[in-house]
Design a protein around this ligand. Structure first.
Ligand code: FPP
Length: 270
Protein backbone atom coordinates (compact mmCIF):
# COMPACT_ATOMS: atom_id res chain seq x y z
CA UNK A 1 0.00 0.00 0.00
CA UNK A 2 1.34 3.42 -0.98
CA UNK A 3 2.13 5.97 1.72
CA UNK A 4 -0.61 8.59 1.09
CA UNK A 5 1.28 11.28 2.98
CA UNK A 6 4.02 11.06 0.32
CA UNK A 7 1.48 11.48 -2.47
CA UNK A 8 -0.45 14.53 -1.30
CA UNK A 9 -0.49 17.21 1.36
CA UNK A 10 -3.14 16.55 4.00
CA UNK A 11 -6.26 18.56 3.18
CA UNK A 12 -5.16 19.35 -0.39
CA UNK A 13 -7.34 18.74 -3.49
CA UNK A 14 -4.79 16.07 -4.48
CA UNK A 15 -5.46 14.22 -1.23
CA UNK A 16 -9.19 14.03 -2.05
CA UNK A 17 -8.30 12.42 -5.38
CA UNK A 18 -5.69 10.03 -4.04
CA UNK A 19 -8.05 8.78 -1.33
CA UNK A 20 -10.45 7.61 -4.03
CA UNK A 21 -7.83 5.46 -5.78
CA UNK A 22 -8.27 1.71 -5.35
CA UNK A 23 -4.67 0.60 -4.75
CA UNK A 24 -5.64 -3.01 -5.39
CA UNK A 25 -6.55 -2.14 -8.99
CA UNK A 26 -3.79 0.13 -10.18
CA UNK A 27 -2.75 -0.01 -13.83
CA UNK A 28 0.51 -1.99 -13.95
CA UNK A 29 1.91 0.07 -16.81
CA UNK A 30 1.07 3.69 -17.64
CA UNK A 31 2.37 5.09 -20.95
CA UNK A 32 2.25 8.81 -21.66
CA UNK A 33 2.42 10.79 -24.90
CA UNK A 34 3.72 14.11 -23.60
CA UNK A 35 2.28 16.72 -25.94
CA UNK A 36 1.62 20.45 -26.04
CA UNK A 37 5.02 21.88 -25.05
CA UNK A 38 5.13 24.13 -28.13
CA UNK A 39 1.59 25.46 -27.58
CA UNK A 40 2.31 26.07 -23.90
CA UNK A 41 5.29 28.24 -24.85
CA UNK A 42 3.54 30.04 -27.72
CA UNK A 43 0.58 30.95 -25.50
CA UNK A 44 3.07 32.77 -23.26
CA UNK A 45 4.88 34.46 -26.13
CA UNK A 46 7.94 32.26 -25.56
CA UNK A 47 10.03 30.23 -28.02
CA UNK A 48 8.90 26.59 -28.38
CA UNK A 49 11.99 25.26 -26.60
CA UNK A 50 10.84 26.96 -23.39
CA UNK A 51 7.88 24.59 -23.43
CA UNK A 52 10.26 21.63 -23.50
CA UNK A 53 12.30 23.15 -20.68
CA UNK A 54 9.14 23.59 -18.56
CA UNK A 55 8.11 20.03 -19.46
CA UNK A 56 11.09 18.60 -17.57
CA UNK A 57 9.44 19.54 -14.24
CA UNK A 58 6.35 17.56 -15.29
CA UNK A 59 8.58 14.59 -16.14
CA UNK A 60 10.20 14.74 -12.71
CA UNK A 61 6.88 15.00 -10.85
CA UNK A 62 5.28 12.21 -12.90
CA UNK A 63 8.17 9.79 -12.32
CA UNK A 64 8.17 10.53 -8.59
CA UNK A 65 4.39 10.10 -8.35
CA UNK A 66 4.39 6.86 -10.36
CA UNK A 67 7.05 5.42 -8.05
CA UNK A 68 5.19 6.51 -4.89
CA UNK A 69 1.92 5.06 -6.19
CA UNK A 70 3.68 1.73 -6.67
CA UNK A 71 3.20 1.43 -10.45
CA UNK A 72 5.27 -1.27 -12.12
CA UNK A 73 6.11 0.54 -15.36
CA UNK A 74 5.94 4.14 -16.59
CA UNK A 75 6.81 4.92 -20.21
CA UNK A 76 7.24 8.49 -21.44
CA UNK A 77 7.40 9.32 -25.16
CA UNK A 78 10.18 11.91 -25.38
CA UNK A 79 11.44 11.86 -28.98
CA UNK A 80 10.10 10.02 -32.00
CA UNK A 81 11.91 8.99 -35.16
CA UNK A 82 9.68 11.58 -36.90
CA UNK A 83 10.82 14.39 -34.54
CA UNK A 84 14.07 14.76 -36.55
CA UNK A 85 11.95 16.84 -38.96
CA UNK A 86 11.89 19.68 -36.38
CA UNK A 87 14.24 22.69 -36.59
CA UNK A 88 17.82 21.80 -35.68
CA UNK A 89 17.87 24.16 -32.71
CA UNK A 90 14.77 22.51 -31.23
CA UNK A 91 16.29 19.03 -31.62
CA UNK A 92 19.59 20.22 -30.14
CA UNK A 93 17.77 21.74 -27.14
CA UNK A 94 15.75 18.58 -26.56
CA UNK A 95 18.91 16.45 -26.62
CA UNK A 96 20.60 18.78 -24.14
CA UNK A 97 17.60 18.75 -21.81
CA UNK A 98 17.65 14.98 -21.89
CA UNK A 99 21.36 14.76 -21.23
CA UNK A 100 21.06 17.17 -18.30
CA UNK A 101 18.01 15.37 -16.92
CA UNK A 102 19.55 11.90 -16.90
CA UNK A 103 22.82 13.17 -15.49
CA UNK A 104 21.14 15.13 -12.71
CA UNK A 105 18.55 12.47 -11.80
CA UNK A 106 20.84 9.43 -11.97
CA UNK A 107 21.54 9.22 -8.25
CA UNK A 108 17.99 10.02 -7.16
CA UNK A 109 16.60 7.33 -9.47
CA UNK A 110 18.96 4.71 -8.03
CA UNK A 111 18.24 5.81 -4.43
CA UNK A 112 14.52 5.48 -5.07
CA UNK A 113 14.93 2.01 -6.58
CA UNK A 114 13.76 3.23 -10.00
CA UNK A 115 15.13 1.28 -12.94
CA UNK A 116 15.78 3.44 -15.98
CA UNK A 117 15.42 1.97 -19.48
CA UNK A 118 15.49 3.50 -22.94
CA UNK A 119 13.23 2.31 -25.77
CA UNK A 120 14.00 3.01 -29.41
CA UNK A 121 17.02 3.31 -31.68
CA UNK A 122 18.67 5.43 -29.02
CA UNK A 123 22.16 4.13 -29.67
CA UNK A 124 22.06 6.12 -32.95
CA UNK A 125 21.84 9.42 -31.02
CA UNK A 126 24.82 11.70 -30.51
CA UNK A 127 27.56 9.82 -28.57
CA UNK A 128 27.42 12.39 -25.74
CA UNK A 129 23.70 11.61 -25.24
CA UNK A 130 24.24 7.86 -25.53
CA UNK A 131 26.98 8.05 -22.90
CA UNK A 132 24.72 9.75 -20.33
CA UNK A 133 21.81 7.44 -21.06
CA UNK A 134 23.96 4.34 -20.77
CA UNK A 135 25.47 5.54 -17.49
CA UNK A 136 21.96 5.97 -16.04
CA UNK A 137 20.80 2.58 -17.31
CA UNK A 138 23.89 1.02 -15.67
CA UNK A 139 23.51 2.96 -12.40
CA UNK A 140 19.92 1.71 -11.97
CA UNK A 141 20.27 -1.81 -13.39
CA UNK A 142 19.95 -3.36 -9.91
CA UNK A 143 16.75 -1.44 -9.03
CA UNK A 144 13.56 -3.39 -8.46
CA UNK A 145 10.93 -0.66 -7.97
CA UNK A 146 9.33 1.32 -10.79
CA UNK A 147 10.64 0.58 -14.30
CA UNK A 148 10.88 3.98 -15.95
CA UNK A 149 11.15 3.83 -19.75
CA UNK A 150 11.95 6.79 -21.95
CA UNK A 151 11.11 6.31 -25.63
CA UNK A 152 13.83 8.05 -27.64
CA UNK A 153 14.38 8.01 -31.37
CA UNK A 154 11.38 5.73 -31.08
CA UNK A 155 8.74 4.51 -33.53
CA UNK A 156 6.29 1.68 -32.93
CA UNK A 157 6.69 0.46 -36.50
CA UNK A 158 10.50 0.53 -36.24
CA UNK A 159 10.22 -1.44 -32.99
CA UNK A 160 8.30 -4.21 -34.76
CA UNK A 161 10.78 -4.15 -37.68
CA UNK A 162 13.71 -4.40 -35.21
CA UNK A 163 12.02 -7.31 -33.42
CA UNK A 164 11.56 -9.17 -36.74
CA UNK A 165 15.19 -8.55 -37.69
CA UNK A 166 16.41 -9.93 -34.38
CA UNK A 167 14.18 -12.98 -34.65
CA UNK A 168 15.59 -13.69 -38.14
CA UNK A 169 19.18 -13.14 -36.89
CA UNK A 170 18.56 -15.62 -34.07
CA UNK A 171 17.09 -18.13 -36.51
CA UNK A 172 20.21 -17.80 -38.67
CA UNK A 173 22.29 -18.46 -35.54
CA UNK A 174 20.30 -21.64 -34.88
CA UNK A 175 18.08 -20.19 -32.07
CA UNK A 176 14.64 -20.95 -33.50
CA UNK A 177 11.51 -19.74 -31.78
CA UNK A 178 7.96 -20.17 -33.05
CA UNK A 179 6.53 -17.01 -34.59
CA UNK A 180 3.69 -16.22 -32.22
CA UNK A 181 2.57 -13.31 -30.04
CA UNK A 182 4.66 -14.44 -27.09
CA UNK A 183 7.85 -14.55 -29.19
CA UNK A 184 7.25 -11.15 -30.78
CA UNK A 185 6.60 -9.66 -27.32
CA UNK A 186 9.92 -11.06 -26.13
CA UNK A 187 11.83 -9.34 -28.94
CA UNK A 188 10.27 -5.90 -28.43
CA UNK A 189 12.12 -3.14 -26.55
CA UNK A 190 9.68 -3.69 -23.64
CA UNK A 191 10.53 -7.39 -23.34
CA UNK A 192 9.60 -8.75 -19.92
CA UNK A 193 7.34 -5.79 -19.03
CA UNK A 194 3.56 -5.78 -18.77
CA UNK A 195 1.78 -4.09 -21.69
CA UNK A 196 0.37 -0.62 -20.92
CA UNK A 197 -3.04 -0.78 -19.24
CA UNK A 198 -3.45 2.97 -19.53
CA UNK A 199 -2.31 5.28 -22.33
CA UNK A 200 -2.42 8.98 -21.46
CA UNK A 201 -2.12 11.77 -24.02
CA UNK A 202 -1.91 15.43 -23.10
CA UNK A 203 -3.02 18.50 -25.11
CA UNK A 204 -6.25 17.00 -26.42
CA UNK A 205 -4.96 15.33 -29.59
CA UNK A 206 -6.74 12.09 -30.51
CA UNK A 207 -3.84 10.14 -32.05
CA UNK A 208 -1.48 7.36 -30.99
CA UNK A 209 1.44 8.79 -33.03
CA UNK A 210 3.31 5.55 -33.69
CA UNK A 211 3.69 4.84 -29.95
CA UNK A 212 3.90 1.28 -28.57
CA UNK A 213 1.69 0.05 -31.42
CA UNK A 214 1.93 -3.63 -30.50
CA UNK A 215 1.73 -3.15 -26.74
CA UNK A 216 -1.34 -0.86 -26.58
CA UNK A 217 -3.65 -3.44 -28.16
CA UNK A 218 -5.90 -3.44 -25.07
CA UNK A 219 -4.81 -0.24 -23.33
CA UNK A 220 -7.47 2.13 -22.01
CA UNK A 221 -6.94 5.58 -23.51
CA UNK A 222 -7.29 8.79 -21.49
CA UNK A 223 -6.86 12.16 -23.21
CA UNK A 224 -6.65 15.43 -21.33
CA UNK A 225 -6.64 18.97 -22.69
CA UNK A 226 -3.90 19.87 -20.20
CA UNK A 227 -0.64 20.78 -21.95
CA UNK A 228 2.36 18.71 -20.83
CA UNK A 229 4.18 21.50 -18.91
CA UNK A 230 1.00 21.93 -16.80
CA UNK A 231 0.63 18.18 -16.15
CA UNK A 232 0.88 17.51 -12.42
CA UNK A 233 0.27 14.62 -10.03
CA UNK A 234 -3.46 15.47 -9.79
CA UNK A 235 -3.73 14.77 -13.56
CA UNK A 236 -2.15 11.35 -13.09
CA UNK A 237 -4.56 10.64 -10.21
CA UNK A 238 -7.50 11.66 -12.42
CA UNK A 239 -6.29 9.40 -15.22
CA UNK A 240 -6.04 6.46 -12.82
CA UNK A 241 -9.47 7.15 -11.30
CA UNK A 242 -11.00 7.25 -14.77
CA UNK A 243 -9.19 4.01 -15.68
CA UNK A 244 -10.67 2.37 -12.58
CA UNK A 245 -14.21 3.15 -13.85
CA UNK A 246 -13.61 1.32 -17.13
CA UNK A 247 -14.93 -2.13 -17.84
CA UNK A 248 -12.08 -4.04 -19.51
CA UNK A 249 -13.45 -6.85 -21.62
CA UNK A 250 -10.59 -7.78 -23.97
CA UNK A 251 -13.11 -8.55 -26.71
CA UNK A 252 -15.36 -10.67 -24.47
CA UNK A 253 -18.48 -9.61 -22.59
CA UNK A 254 -18.78 -9.04 -18.88
CA UNK A 255 -21.62 -11.34 -17.79
CA UNK A 256 -22.95 -13.66 -20.47
CA UNK A 257 -26.71 -14.24 -20.15
CA UNK A 258 -27.24 -18.05 -20.08
CA UNK A 259 -30.74 -17.53 -21.52
CA UNK A 260 -29.14 -16.15 -24.69
CA UNK A 261 -26.80 -19.14 -25.16
CA UNK A 262 -28.74 -21.27 -27.63
CA UNK A 263 -25.95 -23.85 -27.74
CA UNK A 264 -26.06 -24.46 -23.98
CA UNK A 265 -29.88 -24.58 -23.88
CA UNK A 266 -30.17 -26.86 -26.87
CA UNK A 267 -32.54 -24.35 -28.54
CA UNK A 268 -30.56 -24.09 -31.78
CA UNK A 269 -32.09 -21.64 -34.23
CA UNK A 270 -33.70 -23.10 -37.36
C1 FPP B 1 5.63 17.29 -27.67
O1 FPP B 1 5.23 18.65 -27.60
C2 FPP B 1 6.81 17.07 -26.85
C3 FPP B 1 8.00 16.60 -27.30
C4 FPP B 1 8.23 16.25 -28.72
C5 FPP B 1 9.17 16.43 -26.43
C6 FPP B 1 8.94 16.07 -25.00
C7 FPP B 1 10.12 16.49 -24.20
C8 FPP B 1 10.14 16.95 -22.93
C9 FPP B 1 8.96 16.95 -22.08
C10 FPP B 1 11.37 17.51 -22.31
C11 FPP B 1 12.54 16.61 -22.17
C12 FPP B 1 12.24 15.22 -21.78
C13 FPP B 1 12.82 14.53 -20.75
C14 FPP B 1 12.48 13.11 -20.60
C15 FPP B 1 13.75 15.13 -19.81
P1 FPP B 1 5.19 19.50 -28.95
O2 FPP B 1 6.46 20.21 -29.09
O3 FPP B 1 4.84 18.61 -30.11
O4 FPP B 1 4.00 20.49 -28.63
P2 FPP B 1 2.98 21.17 -29.67
O5 FPP B 1 2.14 20.06 -30.24
O6 FPP B 1 2.20 22.11 -28.82
O7 FPP B 1 3.80 21.86 -30.71
Amino acid sequence: MADLSKLAEPGSPEELLVRRIDFGRLPRHVAIIMDGNGRWAKSRGLPRVEGHRAGVASVRETVETAARLGLEVLTLYAFSVENWKRPRFEVWTLMNLLKEYVRREREALAENDIRFNVLGRWEELDPSVVRELRATVEATRHCRGLSFNIALNYSGRCEIVDACRRIVADWAAGKRADIDEETIGRYLYTSGQADPDLLVRTSGELRVSNFLLWQIAYAEIWVTGTLWPDFRRRDLFEAILDFQQRERRYGGIQQPDPAEDVFASGRLPG
